[in-house]
Design a protein around this ligand. Sequence first.
Ligand SMILES: Nc1nc2c(c(CN[C@H]3C=C[C@H](O)[C@@H]3O)cn2[C@@H]2O[C@H](COP(=O)(O)O)[C@@H](O)[C@H]2O)c(=O)[nH]1
Length: 346
Amino acid sequence: MSRVLEDSHFIASNSKNVQVNTEGCHQVASWIQQQLDTLGPKFANWQDHELHPKSQDSHTLDWIFLIDILNFSFWSDADTRDSGNHPARFGVRYKGNLYTGYWSLCAAINKALDNNIPITTPSFYANETLCPDDLIASIFASDTKEPVPLLDERIRIMRASGKALLKHHRGRFVHLLETCNHSAQKFLELLLQDFPDFRDISLYKGRDCYILKRAQILVAETWACFHGQSYGRFDDIDSITMFADYRVPQILWQLGCLDYSSEFESRLRKSELIAHNDPMEIEMRGCSIWAVELVRQAANRKNLNAIMIDFFLWDMAKEWQATGYSPHQERALSSVPSIRVRSIYY
Ligand SMILES: Nc1nc2c(c(CN[C@H]3C=C[C@H](O)[C@@H]3O)cn2[C@@H]2O[C@H](COP(=O)(O)O)[C@@H](O)[C@H]2O)c(=O)[nH]1
């Protein structure tokens, strides 16, 4: 069992305000299998998304690396009901569409590349002279009222991560990959060793619990983009868990895989700002990882790993957010927004 999975089991076994609902996980496992049978290869296919790169080369690797060092905290201060479409919410206009959330990040990077700014090149974004702060600020310029959240942190992380790639891996993500010998766990070890901003670890009841959301999604997007071949080949890919962001835990609760204490639920209903490493936040993240593991075990299906389940649930959560659909009305997203923690980790 991977360190993340062990720690998620520890959290789930000690959790007070979030409970994994085993029956709910079994029901979701059957539902996901029906979806897999219906959708087939379309199921959670990474490349299907219009903003995801289609070419399978080292430039796409640089794109994925940059996306996943910045893949955090897009929720809107103004959008307290988590509708996803609040007019003020930070958004990036690209090719006629206004993109928000995770997609605003992809749109901003793609727009910069279209304007011949080599923003995915580590030696460029590591360099304050070649790539000044105000150039990065212009790349993340908002087309709505709200600015991009945590811009200063994003700039800091780009400099630090770019410099770390130059120092330890000859300036390219592809060289980091070549060092890990097709092992996802070795890859995670290298990331934690050389890139401090991936150290998504929370102290819970005296134990350092590894959550590693962005480090694991970096493995997963590389694997998904290359269909598990070439740069995307990881012989232990099934050891990667669900990614504890603020979107998938929400749909897991909606689907009945998680149950919240009335105290935690009322904090969410009030759109309360919650501090990173609040015990309830750690319990929500750890129980989400463990719940997806139970779904995976119950489905017990070849080629259905936690990554595929996560991607599918994330896309489904975005669809339900847009349409306002909820399987159980009392658990509609509009009534219980996603957790509001400002963090560079998710
Ligand atoms: N667990 C999990 N978290 C994910 C993703 C993705 C995007 N994945 C794409 C790639 C393949 C999939 O098929 C998706 O199309 C973003 N996030 C996280 O969500 C948050 C943004 O939410 P919102 O503000 O509503 O856009 C933020 O923490 C971000 O880091 C995922 O897949 N899983």
